[in-house]
Write a new protein. Structure first.
Length: 170
């Protein structure tokens, strides 16, 4: 039986209880953890709970009798980060906007000019290596440019004494 991939009822409508390790649907029914995936777990509802639900036609995929939801291993950290973001001050929001503007330019350059838009090899570990190498290349390019600018500034500020200027011009 195929697992649902997308649903009109998104994961954020489900409430995860980390203390009891359960997931509650928007109608309050409990989904229990069962099958592990590489980066999380599937939580499943009971078919009888879903058959009585008024949201079943929205929530369930065609042919499914119960709901299956994948919850990431890092879901509690994501929830904490969302709660912290809700309490940000105007200054925090302004700082984040600036950070986002600066980092998007960096990522755009890496994707456009350095091949990060497409994976060279399959697998998360290989993609991680590609990202590190791309970041190293971008950083080395920026370091070389900064060194060149520094040398230009030093060369421009270097002044020959008056009695040696006629030798430098020759």
């Amino acid at each position: 039986m195929a697992e649902p991939i997308r649903s009109p009822v998104p994961l954020r409508r489900f409430r995860y209880d980390a203390q009891n390790d359960i997931l509650k649907c928007p109608r309050g029914k409990v989904l229990r953890p069962r099958r592990l995936t590489k980066h999380g777990r599937f939580f499943y509802s009971k078919a009888k709970d879903c058959s009585r639900c008024s949201m079943a036609n929205l929530c369930l995929s065609a042919g499914r009798r119960n709901k299956a939801v994948v919850v990431s291993d890092h879901h509690p950290a994501l929830l904490r980060a969302r709660r912290r973001r809700e309490n940000w001050s105007a200054k925090d929001r302004q700082l984040y906007r600036r950070h986002r503007w600066r980092s998007e330019g960096y990522h755009g350059e890496a994707k456009t000019w350095h091949g990060l838009a497409r994976a060279i090899r399959r697998g998360l570990q290989n993609m991680r290596i590609q990202a590190f190498l791309t970041a190293a290349a971008v950083n080395l390019k920026r370091l070389a440019f900064a060194l060149l600018r520094f040398l230009q500034i030093v060369a421009a500020s270097f002044v020959l004494p008056d009695d040696h200027r006629h030798l430098a011009a020759a």
